[in-house]
Design a protein around this ligand. Structure first.
Ligand code: DGY
Length: 320
């Protein structure tokens, strides 16, 4: 008998189709993109395998509704949406998508950094709104990236990829991480500093750390106060790492040059969120890994894990 697999979104048919060899597949295919929670809880009742996105919460409540569950496959490298401890207690495995989105996300972070520093979205609005009358020296002047100091919080795969790119801009690279990265320090000249020093010395602060109990609200009012008055803050990790109220108050007071946010505490961010009223906030809909090649590679990593499990083998990319 084939195992039952439930998929919480409409994924491309050519990606899902080959899995039919191993699974009876049910998929959320309604026009409404997100499966309503009560429908998800009903759908998992008899499934052994669940394929989710980062927007689906796999928690105690869901597990109570899924007594046959053996494997959860997450279409993301971050897995803060999954209660790993609760899974472990029940002997349920989980997999994610490390590695394949490193370069795409790092490219994107540099894009956010350049866009905020050089006021690119604001300048485009200026042009489209018919405000461009002529050229003058101080028109829409930005802030230099080349030669500036970047402070990277979280020196994992993506953090290091951002640092390598920043090196190409002749930036001084500071980082803070749970563990020192001695090899990378030697190879690329990254400098390890305390979080406090990083915040005080950086022109650009980039958050690349995973979201967990240690990093929730890591950047609050006190940390923001340490930053340079004209610093730029970039977050392409998870929204809850920054205290959004404190960020709003900080920006409102005139501190910080700009902020580039691809992630928010609650996604999608409410359109009446105070942060969206500020011109120097560049807000994007969690698209850090959104290139066709990378999203396909992420899906294929999940397929690989699902195929192995379907064949009775250990799935790859297990979260331990
Ligand atoms: C992830 O994988 O965790 C990103 O946030 C989305 O690609």
């Amino acid at each position: 008998m084939k195992k039952k697999l439930f998929i919480t979104r409409k994924f491309p048919t050519h990606i899902v189709e080959p899995l039919k060899e191993y699974y009876d597949i049910e998929q959320w295919e309604e026009e409404e993109i997100v499966i309503p929670r009560e429908k998800l809880l009903a759908a998992v009742a008899d499934c052994e395998v669940l394929w989710v996105t980062l927007a689906d919460q796999v928690d105690e409540e869901l597990l109570l509704h899924a007594p046959n569950l053996k494997l959860v496959t997450n279409l993301a490298v971050g897995f803060n949406n999954i209660d790993i401890k609760a899974l472990r207690k029940r002997g349920i495995m989980a997999t994610n998508t490390p590695g394949v989105l490193t370069n795409t996300t790092a490219d994107f972070v540099m894009g956010l950094l350049l866009a905020t520093a050089r006021r690119i979205p604001e300048s485009e609005r200026y042009l489209r709104e018919g405000k461009w009358k002529s050229w003058y020296p101080m028109q829409l002047v930005g802030k230099d990236v080349s030669g500036a100091t970047i402070g990277i919080i979280g020196m994992g795969r993506i953090g290091q990829a951002v640092a390598r790119r920043a090196k190409g801009f002749d930036m001084k690279i500071l980082y803070n991480n749970r563990r020192r990265r001695h090899e990378a320090e030697e190879m690329y000249g990254f400098e390890y500093v305390s979080l406090e020093d990083l915040l005080q010395q950086s022109d650009y602060v980039v958050i690349m750390t995973p979201y967990n109990n240690d990093t929730v609200g890591l950047i609050g009012a006190e940390e923001l106060a340490l930053m340079k008055d004209d610093a730029v803050l970039i977050n392409a990790s998870r929204g809850g790492i920054i205290d959004e109220n404190a960020l709003y108050e900080t920006l409102k007071s005139g501190k910080l040059w700009a902020v580039g946010l691809d992630v928010f505490e609650h996604e999608p961010i409410a359109l009446d969120h105070p942060l969206l009223t500020l011109p120097n906030v560049l807000a994007l809909p969690h698209i850090g890994s959104a290139s066709l090649q990378t999203r396909t590679a992420m899906l294929m990593l999940n397929v690989k894990a699902l195929t192995a499990f379907g064949q009775g083998k250990a799935p790859s990319n297990r979260i331990d």
